[in-house]
Design a protein around this ligand. Structure first.
Ligand code: TMP
Length: 208
């Protein structure tokens, strides 16, 4: 029986990972592409609450707990069943987003946010995480040029916040060097796709 493979895609806003995720899902067979927060009805409902532009009074801990709640539901309802069927699950954002955004950028503490997430995910950590690295200023300018993209409550945060998110990811790279592979997201989609695909192929060959 083939075993499932859990891979997550991470990065600051505007890094282009959603576009590359779609291309990766076409390239690799037997793949389920999904995203957080969302991916299933209950989690999409939670996503709407978290990201609604009018919810400016949301407390950072509430925000962290809502992301963890959406994560739990998505994991049990969608990710785990697909892994059991032997699929490769490509998840656009997972726990590292909470560590970088809520733990580091919001200042709740990376360890504290990891602890509440352990309640949500147990030991379900991804075996590979591809981190799309991009200067936050460039990320924000890509967002403002992309007319079709939803602009959410977190996109509207200051450049300072997005710089902290970027710093948070650098800390995670140091903390999980075996799991997280950094790729440069500033190049053309073709180049970024090639780098992401080779990171996955390398991982698959290592496991074979
Ligand atoms: P998206 O634009 O990649 O769909 O993600 C929505 C926003 O939510 C994005 O700004 C990143 C943020 N986010 C967190 O702050 N914490 C999390 O745990 C996740 C999954 C996303």
């Amino acid at each position: 029986m083939t075993r499932g493979i859990f891979i997550t895609l991470e990065g600051p806003d505007g890094a282009g990972k959603t576009t590359i995720a779609r291309m990766l899902a076409e390239k690799f067979e037997n793949t389920l592409l999904t995203r957080e927060p969302g991916g299933i009805e209950i989690a999409e409902q939670i996503r709407r609450v978290i990201l609604a532009k009018e919810n400016i009074t949301m407390d950072p801990r509430t925000e962290a707990l809502l992301y963890a709640a959406a994560r739990r539901q998505h994991l049990v309802e969608k990710v785990q069943p697909a892994l059991k069927q032997g699929k490769m699950v490509l998840c656009d954002r997972f726990v590292d987003s909470s560590l970088a955004y809520q733990g580091y950028a919001r200042g709740l503490g990376v360890d504290e946010v990891f602890t509440i997430n352990q309640f949500a995910i147990g030991d379900m950590m991804p075996e590979l995480t591809i981190y799309f690295d991009l200067d936050p200023e460039l990320g924000l300018s890509r967002i403002s040029k992309n007319q079709g993209r939803e602009v959410n409550r977190l996109d509207l945060e200051s450049l300072d916040f997005h710089q902290k998110v970027h710093e948070g990811y650098q800390l995670l790279l140091e903390r999980f060097p075996e799991r997280i592979i950094k790729i440069d997201a500033s190049g053309s989609p073709e180049n970024v796709l090639q780098d992401a695909a080779s990171a996955i192929e390398k991982h698959l060959n290592k496991e074979a």
